[in-house]
Structure formats: C-alpha cells, structure tokens
Design a protein around this ligand. Sequence first.
Ligand code: PLP
Length: 405
Amino acid sequence: MPDDLPPTTRHSNSGQDFATRVTHGGRPGIREHGFVNTPVYRGSTVLYPSCSDGVAINKRSFEQVMTYGTAGGPTHFALENMVAEIEGGSRALIVGTGLAACSLPLMAYLSAGDHCLIPDSTYGPTRRVANGMLVRFGIEVEYYDPLADAAGLERLMRPNTKVLFVESPGSHTFELQDIPALAEVAHAHGAKVIMDNTWGVHHFQPFTKGVDVSIQALTKYVGGHSDVLLGSVTVNSEEDWLTVVAAARQIGHYASPDDCWLALRGLRTMALRLKHQQQAGLAVARWFESRPEVARVLHPALPSHPQHALFKRDFSGACSLFGVVFQPRYTPAQIEAAVDGLKLFGIGASWGGYESLVLPTTNGITRTATSLDVLEGPTVRFHVGLEEPADLIADLEAALDGLPK
Ligand SMILES: *Cc1c(COP(=O)(O)O)cnc(C)c1O
C-alpha cells in the first residue's frame, strides 16, 4: 500500500513567504491523477488486505494512516499538514468546530483535582466549557487578569496547576498578554500552556513563544467565506500529540472531509485576503480614531493600544477584527440604532469571512476576576471584509453622523 508515504506534501522550505507556502503546501503532487487539489475522500470503513494487516495498520492509528473514518483520511491529513505548517508546529488535529478545539486540550490535560488558569478576557464559550464540564469533572477553574505579568502569575500558580490557558488579544476587549513571560512561569511549575491563537492566525507563531498547544477556529480566516465550521489543535512535540490525539479518539472528535476541503480551498487565498483585510481594517480603525463620537479603538496594531509594544515584539501583522468604545455620553440603544442603519456591515457573530460584520459587545463581556469597567462606553466589535475601505467608511460616516453630538 502506498500509505506509508504522507498523502500530501508538507511544504518545508520555510525560508519562503507565507503566500508561497499556502499556495504550495498540503497538495497531492502528481498523486491524485495529476489533479492539483486533494479531493474529498469520504468514508467510514477502511478495508484491510488481510486480518494481520488490519492489526498492524490499527497500531498506527495516531499516524497519518487510514485505519477508520474517525482517524481521518487524505483530505483531513492535507489540512492537518497545512495548519501545522501555518502554526509552526509538528502536528495538527482537525476537529468539528473552533470551540471543540478549545475544549479538547482542556479535557486532554486536566484531571479531577487539577487547577486551571483561564484569562478573564477569554472567548465566552470557553468560559462556559470551563464553568460547566471542567468544574463538574472536579477541576478547579480560576480566572486571572489577562494583564497579569510574570510576578502576578507566579502568585496564582499552585502545586496542582496543570494548565495555563492564554488568549491574546482577549475576546471583545483586545488586551495582549506577554505570552513568553507567562509561559516561562507556567513551565517552571510544570504546567502546559494552551493558547487560543485564532486572532493571530499566522501572525503569531505560538511555538517560538512558549506555547505547548495552539488552537485555531478555522471557521474564521482559514475558511474565510462564512460557510464552514472547523477547528484545529496544533502541537509541537510527540508527547503532546499523543495526549491530544488520544483524548480526541476517546471522545470521538471528527470533522467532515467536505468541510476540510472547503478550509483547504479557503487557505489558498488566505494570504491575499489577510493582506487586504489587515490594511482595510487599519484604515477603518484609524478613521474611527479621528471621530469625536469615539472614546477608544481597541486594535493592537494601533500605537494607541496600551500593549502596542507587545504587538510589535510578538506579531508579524494583524487581522481585521477590532473593537470601538463609543463615548460614555451615548446609551447602548443609541449605538445600536446607528449599527442597525449600516448597509455594508452585517449584524452577526463570527468573523474572518470575506464580508464585513458588526456586533454590539457591551453586554457580551463577562468579568469575574477583574473589573467590568474595562470599557467606559458602549462597545461594538467590527470585522472588516474584502470591500473597498472607502465604501465602508462612507457607510460608517452616515451612521455616525446620525448620532446626537
Ligand atoms: C469563533 C471563535 C472560536 C470558536 O469557533 P467556532 O468554530 O465558532 O466554534 C474560538 N475562539 C475564538 C477566539 C473565536 O473567535
């Protein structure tokens, strides 16, 4: 069987630009009858040439070998290879949603009696997993100030702390964390560092900064077209791979190969999309900064961001998701009325697609370890898509001009 060969190329010439790597990585070479893309391989049963072959093949079920549908097939493996490459890790596992990618490593590394630290700025559904299942399974969940420095984290570490969860920037509030400094403390105490790296996409390289397990909601920029839900868990050691993949197989995680195929298709244009969206997002964010209705723009790539120095040190670029804090003289209802009047921004959750989105976040922020007063006025999250920024700004200008002065 040709299965001993990896089903797709793992592009290894890392001296090349990201755009070149997402164009050439994860492709079948001449294997798929010469067709450029890995097709959708659907399947549950995998047939073995003989009983003894079946036993031998199943011993390798954590490798990229076809053993049964739930262990993945060529379409999954092509995407795994691409995601591992983008994140700079050794192996990636594809799961059905970004949220599944958040919960899987928490369940893989934590046991009853363990202590887990989660930033107060974490993505809301991650908080629900932690407060729900983790607590029910006897894990001590503690939220911490996302702006804690190494000394602050040191004070929170306990002998049973097994996981430091990080997310930078924070959901809705966009605080950046000093990941290398925090990871050093966690590792000194024998804890694993698990990061939700969805905002960073490829601009934050987690494994050069002390992260052990990196999560992406592939639903966002990788999918890129608001038509697919997927997540990935990437690691950079064989030991971590075995921990994560064993947990995934125990629970029965799986992703549809059709969705993997859509994500692979999305990846081919992601470098170009991100380049446009970074610039367009910054153009819109800077325009907001010039408006008297706005108190603050929450965008790590703007010099006004309180942790901009960390952004410059740790990120090679930005995506197009940011927040806008309006002046406290406005009520959330006034801001929502302005949002309702926007023509080019859809009102909805998620982000990373080709289209611009807007979401009031004032009531979407939970804080249990730090003050809820992090935001002084009504707050709105913007995702800038592939439209011409001047058109978006004209749309926003009309909405803001309608606000009382
Ligand atoms: C969207 C998102 C997720 C979850 O992704 P889904 O595919 O929607 O489940 C996880 N983390 C962050 C930071 C996200 O923005």
